[in-house]
Design a protein around this ligand. Structure first.
Ligand code: C2G
Length: 129
């Protein structure tokens, strides 16, 4: 069984997130999403509109997602990969080449998928103002 892992805040879920999750799932058989906790969002400098519990609940309702785990810090990724026998870590293209992910090639494959242009949580918030 090919296990895929991706990370993110997934605030105000939109079709950019959904398309990424679908393409990530299409790369294997089982998709795990590590969703940033509210505390880790503080570390990332992100303030999410929805709480961790609500963002987790929404992700768990997506048919492409098999398991949701908490992302609490930058350092947990190698342990996540070992614990869950990850074959591929997948991220959107805005992370392509980032040292936050490139070092994971020591543990598993790392793939970046094109972002969905024209949509972002930030843009939605701006448009709603
Ligand atoms: N994404 C996308 N297209 C968009 C918006 C987002 O493909 N229009 C992707 C991002 O590239 C990312 C995922 O959706 O792979 C989640 O996006 P965010 O919630 O913004 O994730 P981020 O804050 O970048 O968290 O440790 C890594 C971080 O937790 C990543």
């Amino acid at each position: 069984m090919k296990v895929i892992l991706t990370y993110g805040t997934f605030d105000i879920l939109h079709y950019g997130h959904i398309r990424l999750l679908k393409r990530a799932k299409d790369l294997g058989d089982y998709l795990i999403v590590a969703i940033s906790t509210d505390e880790f969002n503080d570390i990332k400098g992100k303030k999410s509109y929805y709480s961790y519990d609500v963002r987790k609940e929404m992700l768990e309702a997506i048919k492409y997602v098999d398991l949701v785990i908490p992302e609490e810090n930058w350092e947990q990724k190698p342990n996540d990969i070992k614990t869950h026998n990850i074959d591929v870590v997948v991220m959107g293209g805005d992370w392509a080449g980032s040292e936050r992910f490139e070092y994971l090639r020591e543990y598993c494959d790392v793939q970046y998928l094109d972002r969905t242009e024209g949509i972002s949580t930030t843009q939605i918030k701006e448009n709603l103002k």
